[in-house]
Design a protein around this ligand. Structure first.
Ligand code: NAD
Length: 490
C-alpha cells in the first residue's frame, strides 16, 4: 500500500457507531477487509454481535420521537451539509472505495458524486412531505390524511456500490424522520464508516444513525427482528437473501422495500444508431466491471446487425485495460472475490459447451487479485445458465432475434425485472416495446438509468419499492387518515 492509501485507511474509525459513540464490539471481535486487487487484508474493523445489535436498536428507538418531530427543514439542512461534505471529500472517499471494492478511481469518483446527490435530493424532499384534505363523496364528512415517519428502520446494503446504496436509503429515511441502523456488506464497511463520520460532522443528533458492521449478518438480523421495535426493513442485495428476509420479517410485519438482482436485456433493433448502441452497451455492461444490478446481462440483437454489433463490441472490450483501480488509466478493476471469479468462469464455460463462440476474453487474468477478462460470447443458446443467472462480471452474451415480438419474448423470458435497455430510432416501436417489457426501469437509447431524481426499482424477482425520485421518501412514511365530522364542531 502506498503512503496515501495508508493515510486514507487510517482516517476512518474502525468501530461500531451506537447512540452517538464509536464503540468496539461487545466481545471485542474484529474482521478483516480485503483489497480485491491483491487479495491482501487492508485493515480490520469491529465485528458486531447480538448485544451490539440490541444496543443499536434501543438507541434508534430512543431517538425516534425527537428526530421524527424535528423540523423537516432542520432534517433537510443536515442532509444538505452532508451532501456538500461528500463532494468536498471526493478524493478521499474515491480512494477508500477503490481500495475496498476494486473499481477504478474514476468510477469511484462518479459513484461518490452520485451518492452525494441522494442527500441533496432528499434534503429537498424532506420539506415536501404532504397530506390531503377533501370532501367525502357523500358530502357528509371530510377526509384528512397526513404522512408520518414509520419508525426505526434497518438498512442493509451490498458491496457493489458501497456509498451510493447507503445514501439512497439514508437520504430518504432521514428526510422522512426515521432513525436507522445501517448495516453495510462485510466486504465494504469502510465507506459506511467514512459516511457516518460525515453525517456526525453535519450535525446528525446522537442515536439517529447507528452503524453496525458484522461478519455474520444473519445473526444480527435475526436478533433485530426478534427484539421488537423495528418498523422498517430496506434491503439491497441478492434475490436469494431478499426472499429469505421477506419471509423472516413477516414475524414482525415490517414495512419492507426490496432492491434485488437483475438480468437486464439490451435490445438492439436494426433501425438504431449502431455507434450509439455500442457506446451504450459498453456503459451498460462494463460500469462497475459488470458488478451492477443494472448491468446488461443479455444482448438481444437483430440478425441484420448482429455481426457488425458483435465485432464492434468485441474490439471495444478487448481494448480495455485491466489492473488495480488505483493505478493510472485503468478501465477495469478486479471482481470482488474468488467466488465471483469461479461463478463467471463457470457461466462462460457452460455457454460455450452449449454452442457459444468466444469473440474475446473468456478467462481469469493472473493469479493475484480477482481479474477476469472482458468477454464477448456470440450465439448464446437460451438454455445456457448465463441467460438466466445474474453474471455480475464483465461478460457480454449475445443472442439473435428476427422479429420485434421475438425480441420482447426473449427479453421477458426471465424471473427478474429490474431494467431493460432499448435501442431504436423508431418512436412507435419504442413505445410498443416499452409498454410490453416486464421491468421496473428502461433505458431508451441510453446505457445508464441511475439518477437520484428518478424512482429506481424492479418488478417480479427484482423486488418491490422504489428508491430515489418523488417515490423514495414514501417507503419510510405511513399515511394516517382522520375522518372529520365537520358539522358538529370540535
Ligand atoms: P447479498 O445478498 O449476498 O448481500 C447483500 C447484503 O445482505 C449484505 O449486506 C450482506 O451482509 C447481507 N446479508 C447476506 N446474507 C444475509 C442474511 N442471511 N441475513 C441478513 N443479511 C444478509 O448480495 P451482494 O453479493 O452483497 O450484492 C450483490 C447483489 O445485490 C446482486 O444480486 C445485485 O443485483 C444486488 N443489487 C441490487 C440493487 C438494486 O437496486 N436492485 C443494487 C445493487 C445490488
Amino acid at each position: 500500500m502506498s503512503h496515501t492509501e495508508q493515510e486514507v485507511i487510517a482516517r476512518v474509525a474502525k468501530k461500531l457507531y451506537i447512540d452517538g459513540k464509536w464503540l468496539d464490539a461487545f466481545d471485542l471481535a474484529t474482521f478483516g477487509v480485503e483489497d480485491p486487487s491483491t487479495g491482501t487484508i487492508l485493515t480490520s474493523v469491529a465485528d458486531a454481535g447480538p448485544t451490539d445489535a440490541i444496543a443499536a436498536l434501543d438507541s434508534a428507538s430512543k431517538a425516534f420521537d425527537s428526530w421524527s418531530t424535528t423540523a423537516p427543514r432542520a432534517r433537510g439542512e443536515i442532509l444538505r451539509r452532508a451532501f456538500e461534505a461528500i463532494v468536498q471529500s471526493a478524493d478521499y472517499l474515491s480512494l477508500l472505495m477503490t481500495l475496498e471494492m476494486g473499481k477504478p478511481l474514476a468510477e469511484s469518483r462518479a459513484e461518490v458524486i452520485y451518492a452525494a446527490d441522494f442527500f441533496r435530493w432528499f434534503s429537498e424532499e424532506a420539506v415536501r412531505i404532504d397530506g390531503r384534505y377533501y370532501q367525502a363523496p357523500d358530502g357528509n364528512s371530510r377526509v384528512l390524511t397526513l404522512k408520518q415517519a414509520v419508525g426505526p428502520a434497518y438498512l442493509i446494503t451490498p458491496w457493489n456500490f458501497p456509498l451510493a446504496m447507503a445514501t439512497r436509503k439514508l437520504g430518504a429515511a432521514l428526510a422522512a424522520g426515521c432513525t436507522v441502523i445501517l448495516k453495510p456488506a462485510e466486504q465494504t464497511p469502510l465507506c459506511s464508516l467514512a459516511l457516518t463520520q460525515i453525517l456526525i460532522e453535519a450535525g446528525l443528533p446522537d442515536g439517529v444513525l447507528n452503524l453496525i458492521l458484522t461478519s455474520n449478518p444473519a445473526v444480527i438480523t435475526d436478533t433485530l427482528f426478534e427484539h421488537g421495535g423495528l418498523r422498517k426493513l430496506s434491503f439491497t442485495g441478492s434475490t436469494e437473501v431478499g426472499k429469505m428476509l421477506v419471509a423472516k420479517s413477516a414475524g414482525s410485519l415490517l414495512k419492507v422495500s426490496m432492491e434485488l438482482g437483475g438480468n437486464a436485456p439490451f435490445l438492439v433493433f436494426d433501425d438504431c444508431d449502431l455507434d450509439k448502441a455500442v457506446d451504450g452497451a459498453m456503459v451498460a455492461k462494463m460500469r462497475n466491471m459488470g458488478e451492477a444490478c443494472t448491468s446488461a446481462n443479455r444482448f438481444i440483437v437483430h440478425s441484420s446487425v448482429a455481426e457488425d454489433f458483435s465485432q464492434r463490441l468485441s474490439q471495444r472490450m478487448a481494448a480495455l485495460s485491466l489492473g488495480r483501480g488505483t493505478e493510472g488509466e485503468i478501465a477495469v478493476g478486479p471482481l470482488i472475490d474468488i467466488d465471483a471469479i469461479a461463478k463467471v468462469q463457470h457461466l462462460v464455460l457452460d455457454a460455450v459447451a452449449k454452442g457459444a463462440t468466444v469473440l474475446t476474453g473468456g478467462k481469469r487474468l493472473g493469479a493475484q487479485g480477482y481479474f477476469f477478462q472482458p468477454t464477448v460470447l456470440l450465439g448464446v443458446d437460451s438454455t445456457s445458465e448465463i441467460t438466466h443467472k445474474e453474471i455480475f462480471g464483465p461478460v457480454a452474451p449475445i443472442s439473435i432475434f428476427s422479429s420485434e415480438l421475438e425480441a420482447i419474448q426473449m427479453a421477458n423470458a426471465t424471473e427478474y425485472g429490474l431494467v431493460a435497455y432499448v435501442y431504436t430510432k423508431d418512436l412507435s416501436r419504442a413505445l410498443r416495446v416499452i409498454e410490453q417489457l416486464d421491468t421496473g426501469m428502461i433505458g431508451l437509447n441510453q446505457g445508464m438509468v441511475s439518477n437520484a431524481a428518478a424512482p429506481f426499482g424492479g418488478v417480479k424477482h427484482s423486488g418491490f419499492g422504489r428508491e430515489g425520485g418523488f417515490e423514495g421518501i414514501d417507503e419510510y412514511l405511513t399515511v394516517k387518515y382522520v375522518a372529520i365530522n365537520h358539522r358538529t364542531g370540535l
